[in-house]
Design a protein around this ligand. Structure first.
Ligand SMILES: *Cc1c(COP(=O)(O)O)cnc(C)c1O
Length: 411
């Protein structure tokens, strides 16, 4: 039996506990949705004040030079490179994850021009699937999109495949691919490997260079805490840079944007993956949020994430047995990312009742309750509170109240 005092003891021994003060989380709230929107880092708020009042308000257009605004996509990209095991010249911050996927998929097809198959996974994040179909719909040659069933991605890879494009950690059930194994498999078949790191960057150590990953995209507003709609990042292994151009050839990817040349000449290296003017306010917030990671040991983050997950599963077993929940995330932590997912036919109403009680997770259609594990600001006590609140809502039947039955637009 796990008791509250065991959770409190784990919190006292937590080597990451000092990072809680980096975030401005409202008191009385238990936040388990940092896999969807990270909380506000104190540094980001301070930076926003400076960027708005001084840099924009007083500096006006001079700040493009004086405050290095124009270089922010590369400056911020360097900080992300450290987090994902990449070289500083391999990452740039721009656009959204969906748009960056479009760019890198297009580039992958140009890098591997004799092949016409894209392998992805059914159950991948919808935008990733839509973008693949949108891109292939645009191309004249016939492309085949292979949506492999879960667990069968490796089997779908053969020597006709140009690129394998999958998400490292599944957004719904939290299952995690073997990044090294699948990358090797793609390479053995002569395919490129494109990872979506939306649910892994910032939540665990990643070794893109050591594994030899070709291409990757990831999200700024989830585990990196960059704020709502924060720009995304893209990674291109150094040896593939300058080999093929991405198709969104906007002026800021030009070698010399301020020559206003009418012919596109790509910038050298990763900068040619920029398109238009960077959203400085959003990017500055992300840039400041990334400074939190400067002193973070991601191995410690992963260890605590595993411990939070094990505690969560143990408490589900102990406290929720009679209520009809099904654990749908992998039970073995080697195969689990940074979330716990459980399903229940009344999942939506239950989650809405939880949120009213100040325990925030989210819901994914049709019946999944999702809880993000974010070791930088979460306590073991939060896991205790979450399961205790769930139990209370089920015991009391509170979820049946009418106001929990109607669906909001954003779940
Ligand atoms: C969150 C998420 C995205 C989001 O894409 P945007 O273009 O930033 O809205 C894409 N892919 C995956 C796997 C995600 O989890």
């Amino acid at each position: 039996m796990v008791e509250l005092k065991d959770c409190l003891a784990l919190d006292r021994a937590d080597p990451l506990s000092s990072f809680q003060s980096e975030f401005d989380l409202p008191g009385g709230l238990t936040y388990l949705d940092g896999n969807s929107l990270g909380p506000l880092p104190i540094r980001a708020r301070e930076r926003m004040h400076d960027v708005v009042d001084r840099q924009w308000g007083k500096g006006l257009i001079r700040s493009w030079n004086d405050e290095q605004w124009i270089h922010l996509p590369l400056i911020t990209g360097r900080k992300i490179a450290h987090i994902i095991g990449a070289k500083v010249n391999e990452v740039v911050v721009a656009d959204s994850t969906s748009v960056n996927l479009f760019k890198l998929l297009s580039m992958a097809l140009r890098l591997n021009p004799k092949r016409r198959v894209i392998v992805t996974e059914s159950g991948n994040f919808p935008s990733d699937l839509y973008i693949i179909d949108g891109l292939t719909g645009l191309l004249e040659r016939d492309f085949e999109v292979r949506r492999a069933a879960t667990g069968q991605v490796e089997d779908a890879i053969d020597d006709s495949v140009a690129v394998v494009s999958v998400t490292h950690v599944n957004y719904r059930n939290g299952s995690m691919h073997d990044m090294r194994g699948l990358t090797n498999k793609a390479h053995e078949a002569g395919a490129l490997m494109l990872w979506d790191l939306a649910h892994s960057a910032g939540s665990m150590p990643l070794e893109l260079n050591a594994i030899g990953v070709d291409l990757a995209v990831g999200c700024g507003y989830k585990f990196l805490n960059g704020g709502p709609g924060a720009p995304s990042f893209l990674y291109i292994a150094e040896h593939l840079q300058n080999q093929a151009q991405q198709p969104l050839t906007g002026w800021l990817g030009h070698a010399n944007p301020f020559e206003f040349n009418e012919r596109y000449i790509p910038a050298d290296g990763i900068a040619s993956n920029l398109c238009g003017t960077p959203p400085i306010l959003s990017m500055a917030a992300l840039d400041a949020a990334l400074d939190v990671f400067e002193n973070v040991d991601l191995n410690q983050v992963r260890s605590k994430c595993v411990a939070l997950g094990e505690l969560f599963l143990q408490l589900i077993d102990q406290q929720l047995g009679e209520f009809g929940f099904t654990v749908i995330c992998p039970l073995e932590h080697e195969h689990r990312g940074s979330q716990i997912s459980i399903s229940h036919p009344q999942g939506y109403a239950i989650m809405k009742a939880m949120i009213e009680r100040g325990v925030i997770g989210d819901f994914r259609s049709p019946d999944i309750l999702r809880f993000g594990l974010t070791p930088l600001y979460q306590r073991f006590e939060d896991i205790w509170n979450t399961v205790a609140t769930l139990r209370d809502i089920m015991l009391s039947g509170q979820w049946q109240e009418a106001r929990f039955q109607t669906r909001d637009y954003v779940t």
